[in-house]
Design a protein around this ligand. Structure first.
Ligand SMILES: Nc1ncnc2c1ncn2[C@@H]1O[C@H](COP(=O)(O)OP(=O)(O)OP(=O)(O)O)[C@@H](O)[C@H]1O
Ligand SMILES: [Mg+2]
Length: 438
């Protein structure tokens, strides 16, 4: 095996977890990189880390191992899932494999045997992914569909139309929220143009409000502005609210971004129907020029594909690393089923990390026109922690310039990037908005 296999172990018995971790400590090809004591922990780790393999105990505390295995396959389709039990049976094997589980192991099985099975299954998944990546069409060349228009600064009214962007990714932790927050902050900073920006958090483990230092939706108590204003409260809005009425349902960030926080508990994400998303977007389009929606890393969640159908653009954020490949084939398949491919654009985050995939390699597995790339910058991470978008902390950084350049291709409001057009845009917004302030 060329690369080390990263193994997630989910078992409520701490002794068994530790025993496996120790057993694989010096193994030449398998390493335990995640330990989960519940099904929910396992799902979070699988979603964020996209491990190569997962060993899931049949009897977890909060859900059955089969249920966890099925969910893991959804949030991390490139992970080979194995069930571990004291009492294997043909019936269990049949049910497990029907859910996509690769093998059922007995707890007494030796590590060498286990490792051999794991290696074989992981290698077969990797092969399958490589073949799929090779079959995908190449992305069209060029760095974005609107570059030509933008450079020639169209001066007609519709050039700065209202824009709705969904931000998604094939796996967790690639920088969706960071990108969404920074794009929103950069656009909102154009307040003198009257640009109004709304950032909607539809990731059930949402971090938008955290990255903006507005608090955690999960910890919001009654009376807290986040509790009263999260997305679920929008179902109580009737008719066409006035701007003042609407502001009661939004959280305002001091840098001028209006935010709709995510659901107050992850399991409530199922309550966010396409009907609700449509209603929210219809209302927002009356009051905002730019709407950015931060989505979960899994396209299989209803909320992701429902939003994908309703937005003008889908920004697929990836890091330049092989870990994005397994999730991409599923993402591509679903986006093509939804006929959404033509509104998809690729953004490459941390393109300059060591051992990064080249743009040509990314063209194969993320076959959408490339709108831009962002450098890895420790300042970005620090700014996230401090709750202040990096584009505002360091507007002259390469990161900030790239964020503005990307956004300018679909929502051209940055005079600095294209001086002539900026002037035209300013007049245009003044005319449209009558001096609206954010
Ligand atoms: N260009 C960058 N340079 C340095 N750090 C970055 C960069 N982009 C993102 N990060 C850091 O990477 C981490 C993950 O980013 P972020 O939370 O935006 O990812 P995500 O895709 O939204 O994750 P999730 O799937 O959990 O929602 C954060 O700590 C963030 O600060
Ligand atoms: Mg996020």
């Amino acid at each position: 095996m060329s690369e080390m296999i990263r193994l997630l172990v989910a078992d409520d018995d701490i002794n068994y977890r530790e025993e496996l971790r120790r057993a694989f400590q010096n193994h030449p090809s398998v390493r335990v990189t995640g330990l989960a004591q519940s099904g929910r922990d396992a799902l979070n780790l699988a979603r964020d880390g996209a491990p190569d393999a997962a060993l899931v105990d049949l009897g977890l505390v909060d859900m059955s191992g089969l249920e966890a295995a099925e969910q893991i396959a959804k949030v991390s389709p490139g992970t080979a899932v194995f069930i571990v039990t004291d009492a294997p049976s043909m019936e269990l094997y049949r049910r497990a494999t029907a859910l996509g589980v690769r093998q059922v192991f007995t707890k007494s099985m030796g590590t060498a045997d286990m490792a051999a099975h794991i290696e074989q299954e992981v290698e077969s998944i990797r092969d399958q992914m490589r073949r799929k990546a090779e079959e995908l069409p190449l992305a069209p060349p060029g760095s974005g569909p609107f570059r030509k228009n933008v450079l020639h600064a169209p001066k007609r009214l519709q050039t700065v139309k209202k824009v709705t962007i969904g931000v998604l990714s094939p796996k967790g932790g690639v920088g969706k929220t960071t990108t969404a927050v920074n794009m929103a902050a950069a656009a909102a900073a154009q307040a003198d143009l009257g640009v109004r920006v709304c950032l909607v958090d539809l990731n059930e483990f949402g971090c938008v409000t955290m990255q903006l230092n507005l608090g955690s939706p999960e910890r919001a108590l009654d009376g807290d502005p986040l509790a009263a204003r999260n997305i679920l409260n929008w179902q109580y809005i009737e008719g066409n609210p006035s701007r003042e009425e609407l502001e009661e349902f939004l959280v305002r960030h001091p840098d001028g971004i209006w935010v709709i926080p995510t659901v107050p508990a992850p399991e409530k994400i199922v309550e966010v129907s396409q009907q609700l998303i449509r209603k929210v977007l219809d209302i927002l389009r009356h009051h905002f020029d730019l709407i950015i929606i931060d989505l979960p890393p899994s396209i299989t969640l209803d909320v992701s594909w429902s939003t994908a159908e309703l937005v003008d653009y889908l920004f697929v954020v990836v890091t330049a690393d092989v870990q994005v490949i397994p999730g991409m084939s599923q993402l591509n398949k679903i986006l093509s089923m939804l006929n959404c491919e033509t509104k998809c654009y690729r953004l490459v985050n941390k393109y300059n990390e060591p051992e990064a995939l080249s743009m040509t390699e990314l063209d194969k597995c993320v076959p959408y026109p490339n709108l831009g790339k962002f450098p890895e910058d420790p300042g970005v991470r620090k700014a996230c922690k401090q709750g202040r978008p990096y584009v505002l902390v360091k507007p002259d950084s390469e990161y900030a310039r790239s964020i503005r350049a990307v956004l300018n291709q679909v929502f051209p409001v940055f005079a600095g990037e294209h001086p002539k057009r900026g002037f035209a845009v300013k007049r245009l917004f003044g005319f449209l908005g009558g001096g609206r302030g954010v």
